[in-house]
Design a protein around this ligand. Structure first.
Ligand code: NAI
Length: 304
C-alpha cells in the first residue's frame, strides 16, 4: 500500500511548472487555466508586446471569473486575480523558459515547418528528463512533429478548445511513438485543469474538426449559393439542431485564417474528397483581412 501511495504521489507531483510557448489566443487561455488551478506558468512568445497583451487578456479573463465567483466582494476578487497572476511569469527566451518545466505546451502558429523548427530547437535545450510535451495543434500530425526530436515518446497532442478556461473538453492525441507514462501525465494535467478527456489517434482533424470542417464548409457553400443567409443558417442550427453557436458565429470566433489553414490541410490530406473542397468565400474574407471577431469583421461586423 505504501508503495502504491508513493507511486501515486510521485505521479501527481510530476507537474508543477508549466511552460506555454506561444501566447496568442490559445496559449493565453492554456496559461490562465493552468495558473488558476495552481501551476507555476511561464508564458513564452517572440516579443514583449505580445506577452503584455496576453497578460492583459488573462487579467480580463480573470476579472470575469472573479466577478462571477465573488460578486459582492471586491477584496476577494482582487486577491483571487492577484493570486492567479502571480503564478504566471513571462519570457521571450524559449530555451531558458523550458529549463525548469515539467510540462511544455506548444501553442504557436498552425504551420508544420514552424512547429518542427521549434521542436528541433528544443532538442538542444537543457530540459528535465522527466518533462513531457504537448502540441495544441488543431490539424497537424503530432507524430510528424515529434519525429524531429530525440524524445518522440514524450510528446503528445492536447487539442484544447476555445475559450480554454471555459471549454470542458480536450482531445488527447496519441501516435505510435508516445509512451504510456506521457499519456498518464498528460491525462493528469488535463484532469487537474478540469477537462473531460477524449482520446484519439493522430489522424487529420482528430475527432471534432474531422466532423466540424465538412459541416462548416457545407454552411459556406449554402450561403455562397444564396440558399440562406449567414444569420438564418446560424439561427437554424442553434434552434433546429440544438447547437449553442451557429457555424458562422463559430468561424468568426475561431478566426477565419485559422479556419482556412485547417481547411487547406484537410484538402491536402484528402485532395479529391468533395467534403474538403476549399471555400472561395473564406479565402476572400481572409485576403481582405476580415478574420472574424479579432479584426472587427468576418462573416459579421463587431464593435471593436
Ligand atoms: P495565434 O496566432 O493567436 O497565436 C500564436 C502565437 O504564437 C503568436 O503570439 C506568435 O507570436 C507565437 N509564436 C509563433 N512562433 C513562435 C515561436 N517560435 N516561439 C514563440 N512564440 C511563437 O494562434 P492561436 O489561435 O492561439 O493558435 C495556436 C495553436 O493552437 C495553433 O496550433 C492552432 O491550430 C491551435 N488551436 C487554435 C484554436 C483556435 O480556436 N484559434 C483552437 C484549438 C487549437
Amino acid at each position: 500500500i505504501i508503495r502504491s501511495l508513493s507511486v501515486r504521489a510521485a505521479k501527481t507531483a510530476a507537474v508543477n511548472n508549466v511552460t506555454v510557448i506561444g501566447c496568442g489566443f490559445m496559449g493565453s487561455g492554456i496559461a490562465q487555466n493552468s495558473a488558476q488551478v495552481g501551476y507555476h506558468v511561464t508564458l513564452v512568445d517572440q516579443s514583449e508586446e505580445r506577452l503584455n497583451k496576453s497578460m492583459n487578456d488573462i487579467r480580463e479573463g480573470l476579472v470575469a471569473v472573479a466577478n462571477k465567483k465573488f460578486k459582492t466582494e471586491p477584496t476577494r476578487c482582487e486577491t483571487f486575480i492577484q493570486g492567479v497572476m502571480s503564478n504566471i511569469s513571462v519570457s521571450t527566451n524559449t530555451i531558458d523558459a523550458v529549463t525548469n518545466a515539467d510540462m511544455i505546451v506548444e501553442a504557436i502558429y498552425e504551420n508544420m515547418s514552424v512547429k518542427k523548427k521549434l521542436f528541433t530547437e528544443l532538442n538542444n535545450a537543457d530540459i528535465k528528463k522527466s518533462a513531457v510535451f504537448a502540441s495544441n495543434t488543431s490539424s497537424l500530425s503530432v507524430g510528424e512533429m515529434a519525429s524531429v526530436t530525440g524524445f518522440p515518446e514524450k510528446i503528445g497532442g492536447l487539442h484544447f478548445f476555445c475559450p480554454v478556461p471555459v471549454m470542458k473538453i480536450v482531445e488527447l492525441v496519441t501516435h505510435n511513438m508516445i509512451s504510456q507514462r506521457t499519456v498518464d501525465i498528460l491525462m493528469e494535467f488535463c484532469t487537474k485543469l478540469g477537462k473531460e478527456i477524449v482520446k484519439c489517434k493522430d489522424t487529420p482533424g482528430f475527432i471534432v474538426n474531422r466532423l466540424m470542417v465538412p459541416y462548416m464548409l457545407e454552411a459556406c457553400r449554402m450561403a455562397e449559393r444564396g440558399d440562406a443567409s449567414f444569420k438564418d443558417i446560424d439561427t437554424a442550427m442553434k434552434l433546429g439542431a440544438g447547437y449553442k453557436i451557429g457555424p458562422f458565429e463559430l468561424a468568426d470566433y475561431i478566426g477565419l485564417e485559422v479556419m482556412e489553414y485547417v481547411i487547406n490541410s484537410f484538402h491536402d490530406s484528402y485532395p479529391s474528397d468533395p467534403l474538403f473542397r476549399k471555400s472561395d468565400l473564406v479565402h476572400k474574407l481572409v485576403c481582405d483581412g476580415k478574420l472574424g471577431r479579432k479584426t472587427g469583421e468576418g462573416f459579421y461586423k463587431y464593435n471593436k
